[in-house]
Write a protein that binds this ligand. Sequence first.
Ligand SMILES: *Cc1c(COP(=O)(O)O)cnc(C)c1O
Length: 285
Amino acid sequence: MADFLPYGAQWIEDDDVAAVVECLRSDYLTTGPRVGEFERTVADAVGARHGIACSSGTAGLHAAAHVLDLAPDDEVVVPAVTFLATANCIHYCGARVVFCDVDPESGLMRPEDLERVLTARTRAVFPVHLTGRPVDLDRLASMACEAEVRIVEDAAHALGARLGEHRIGDGHHSVMSVFSFHPVKHVTTGEGGLVTTSDDELAHRLRRFVSHGMEREPAHLERESEGPWYYEQQELGFNYRLTDIQCALGLSQMAKLERFVTRRRQLAARYDDLLADVPHVRPVA
Ligand SMILES: *Cc1c(COP(=O)(O)O)cnc(C)c1O
């Protein structure tokens, strides 16, 4: 299969390998200093107040859907063209998935597409920045705001993307954005994800959900703390934590984000070029 083009390929260099080896020789393999550092690095890169790392983009979408407190009759709109995780995360929470059409030229959800499926039960919409091209969030956000619908961006393809003067993930148009670090995405941690938000309360809830629903912060405890080991399980969460080993790789990869995005653009232009004369093939608008 040597001549078969892979669906995606990671870009791992010697310093990435060295960063992982250094972590393996350190005191922490998981929930150590690299997790917080990685969260800060990604949040800063996209201009968000908080970054919550988790074990995959799918886990991040699940956490984001969970903290919306959806009821069984609530409807959440997702684009008909996306990876299956965007819709699955709504099902995990027992709410209703409503598929929405997309622009046939770009594959992106448009405000007029959303308008057609909005009902009195719509609670949220999960636009997807397919192939890293940002959805027109300005118009979508004003429509969602009017309908009291919250926006969660599936930004799995959009690390490093911009919409006007805003970076995708900065929380300007939405309550949360979800990134993925699967090897086909811009930077990788093997498996991994991260949710950005600028809402302190949502950040706190996301953090609790991805670690079993365990609460340790004194201000949020229901009983008096009995010591530094003390915690309460305040809701049902999951073990969706990202490890220090993965964050070591992620930190090393994040330093190369700009270079990776530039290279992706070059490759996309090359495909457009080489496919230009093929009948029935049109580049994405
Ligand atoms: C990759 C991807 C996800 C899920 O990310 P994982 O890290 O693989 O769980 C979600 N949505 C979209 C659009 C994706 O491409």
